[in-house]
Design a protein around this ligand. Structure first.
Ligand SMILES: Nc1ncnc2c1ncn2[C@@H]1O[C@H](COP(=O)(O)OP(=O)(O)OP(=O)(O)O)[C@@H](O)[C@H]1O
Length: 269
């Protein structure tokens, strides 16, 4: 059993790729209903950690617990069964297809006859209706019949989140959801994250944008060179403190010299 009431937790999680130490001895936890930001410089191990949490990578060692139960994910489907969904940075949307088709990509509702027998025909009316319901949850007005290629970056992100919500997850992992967006698009996505927390989801938010993270997250976990260097409450943490932890340092010396490779634009006003 895990020792606390986290909805998701790792103990000693380690992932090596040959000689490369991507994640080393990480004790990470996500509480029910919180937004936990995961920050770190390029190569710090953020993607590797979340890929272990959603079944893409098998850990070299260490344990993962969902609601206190030790789990072992062979693949993405195993993690989904435990209520974990991930929206990757590249979104993997079919841009030529409609919003509704994208929300259901691969698991479209099929029409059935009056005896409940499946007819092998995609039920487009049901698809639009259920897509509208999911899009309502992310509260970004998008026409389910619009082509994805005609949407803004923020709207596309919302479609990808709406698709992830189809399996009714408890835990949502968002990989850099605002990195490619305009300031307005980023604000909208942060509003979506806030709404989803209100709806009870527990969220892991990977981000390079410390100002955004301080504004939206409840807590912040910092990785540096594969190790967890600190966990802070967003309310009381400072930007310098987080940057210092990203450098793997315990103090705040030399923070000014640290090269923040990603723009900090898009933070809410
Ligand atoms: N499949 C892989 N094979 C070999 N090495 C890998 C693999 N995936 C990640 N790594 C290495 O593991 C380390 C951590 O990478 P990871 O992508 O997890 O970092 P990150 O914090 O997500 O970085 P970024 O912000 O650039 O995406 C890096 O040294 C990376 O080169």
């Amino acid at each position: 059993m895990s020792e606390d009431d986290s909805i998701l937790r790792t103990v000693g999680l380690t992932k090596h790729f040959g000689n490369i130490v991507a994640v080393e001895d990480v004790d990470f936890s996500l509480r029910e209903g919180e937004v936990m930001a995961l920050v770190g410089d390029n190569g710090a191990g953020k993607s590797t950690l979340i890929k272990a949490l959603c079944g893409v990578h098998q850990p070299t060692s260490g344990d993962i617990y969902v609601r206190g139960e030790a789990v072992s994910f062979e693949d993405y489907g195993d993690a989904r069964q435990k209520g974990i969904e991930t929206v990757y940075q590249d979104l993997a949307l079919a841009e030529q297809q409609t919003v509704a088709a994208n929300v259901f990509l691969g698991h479209e509702p099929i029409r059935s006859d009056f005896l409940g027998r499946y007819l092998g025909i995609v039920d487009k009316a049901a698809m639009r209706e259920r897509a509208t319901e999911s899009l309502d949850r992310v509260q970004i007005p998008v026409d389910p019949g619009a082509k994805v290629r005609d949407l803004s970056g923020g709207q596309q992100q919302a479609v990808a989140v709406a698709r992830a919500l189809q399996s009714d997850p408890d835990i949502l992992i968002l990989d850099e959801p605002t990195s490619a967006l305009s300031i307005e698009g980023a604000r909208n996505v942060l509003r979506v994250i806030d709404d989803l927390r209100e709806q009870g989801l527990s969220i892991i938010l990977i981000s390079h944008n410390i100002r955004q993270v301080l504004a939206i997250a409840d807590r912040i976990s910092v990785l540096a060179q594969g190790r967890l260097t600190g966990v802070r409450d967003a309310d009381s943490a400072s930007r310098d403190e987080i940057i210092s932890l990203m450098m793997g340092a315990d103090d705040e010396e030399d923070v000014e010299e640290f090269d923040l490779s990603t723009s900090e634009e898009g933070a809410p006003a």
